[in-house]
Design a protein around this ligand. Structure first.
Ligand code: GLY
Length: 374
């Protein structure tokens, strides 16, 4: 993936300049959605906590800008407060510590970061349901909320921490657990046409599948675009770590569904199956995530097949850069406009989202010939 194009270098410079201007304002905090131009800060236990430090690590790798490194390190230390918070941590600890501790260990060999990432891999393993072969997604959102049997497609992106832990320790338990969850994705989340369910509820005791739940998508049988992106990238990564062809085939199937449902400017609506009366806002974050997945796929298939995925990923990133970027606008903290966080809850609609920014930067970094951080 090394045949850079001029626009990629230009976009990369725009990212560096904008993040340099914004980094002292945001500081060692956990931005989530940018409302009226300002990134709102989330608590450190929130699933998005890794994306700002992760973005800084991607840029530090290229620029060696010490202030990016210092902010990312401070974010990681701030996460220590929640690493022992049994009540608040959920399966998204995979995202959080992959982009902080694992990233820092990989880049700088920091032993304390390795320890944190391995500790979190063990915590993530503790959420595995052996009857249903899935990693439990969330803790109860309110008293009496029984979501012990809920698994969600987003978790595909938490699995790389487990694959990494097996590589680090030579202990196959982590990888085998991640593969059990990935097999459950294949068996229960992906439809024959390549569309993907957000939430599947299992009986936590018997492991039987009970129902599909719409979650952040429009409906149980619709096709939430960000979930589709999580599936493409997550399954492509499962293939990279395991070599199991079923994951590659499934990632390709979902990728074809995603690509054939894109509008003319390649940036998806928030759900691919919306009734006419429901507003079809874009979700730029879904585009950025899927683009990274498509580029990962391109790297894992024979060259005769790779072009469709490479072109698909580039088209999305190019359109995000040309049509959705906030490069010159210093009244806007975010990099990429028009994300849709959670339409059914009417929250964070048509705004920059930190994970949209992150995956845009990761996608550019991949186009420049690097690996992503997962
Ligand atoms: N993991 C939640 C989301 O994608 O919004």
């Amino acid at each position: 993936m090394s045949d850079n194009r001029e626009w990629v270098d230009e976009a990369w410079q725009d990212v560096i300049q904008k993040v340099s201007r914004k980094s002292s304002k945001i500081g060692a905090n956990f931005p989530h959605a940018s409302i009226n131009g300002t990134y709102g800060l989330a608590d450190p236990h929130w699933w998005t906590a890794g994306f700002w430090p992760g973005q800084l690590w991607l840029l530090y790798r290229d620029t060696k800008n010490e202030s990016f490194k210092e902010i990312a390190e401070e974010c990681e230390v701030r996460l220590d407060k929640v690493i022992t918070d049994y009540y608040k941590l959920d399966h998204d600890m995979g995202f959080m510590w992959t982009l902080t501790s694992r990233a820092r260990y990989t880049l700088l060999g920091e032993e304390e970061s390795r320890r944190r990432a391995l500790l979190v891999a063990n915590l993530l393993m503790g959420r595995f349901n052996v009857q249903g072969n899935f990693i439990r997604a969330w803790n109860p959102w309110y008293e009496g909320n029984q979501n012990e049997g809920w698994a969600i497609i987003d978790c595909a992106m938490n699995l790389p921490l487990l694959f990494w832990a097996s590589e680090e320790t030579s202990d196959p338990r982590y990888k085998n657990t991640a593969m059990k969850h990935a097999d459950t994705i294949l068996n229960h989340f992906i439809e024959a046409d390549g569309s993907v369910h957000h939430i599947v509820r299992f009986d936590p005791d018997t492991g039987e599948r009970v129902e599909f739940i719409g979650g952040q998508g429009y409906a149980p049988e619709s096709a939430w675009s960000r979930g589709t992106g999580w599936a493409i990238y997550g399954l492509a990564l499962c293939y990279r770590y395991t070599g199991k062809e079923d994951y590659l085939d499934a990632a390709k199937k979902v990728a074809h569904f995603f690509l054939t449902n894109l509008p003319d400017d390649y940036v998806p609506y928030w759900d691919f199956r919306l009734p006419e009366e429901v507003p079809s806002y874009r979700d730029s974050s879904a585009g950025a995530i899927a683009a990274c997945g498509l580029l990962e796929l391109a790297d894992n298939v024979p060259s005769t097949e790779a072009a469709i995925y490479k072109r698909g990923g580039e088209n999305i990133l190019r359109s995000l850069y040309d049509n959705y970027g906030a490069w010159e606008n210093d009244q806007e903290d975010g990099l990429i406009l028009s994300g849709t966080g959670h339409f059914p809850e009417n929250s964070n609609i048509e705004v920059p989202l930190i994970y949209g920014d992150y995956f845009f930067v990761e996608g550019l970094s991949i186009l420049k010939g690097n690996k992503g951080l997962f």
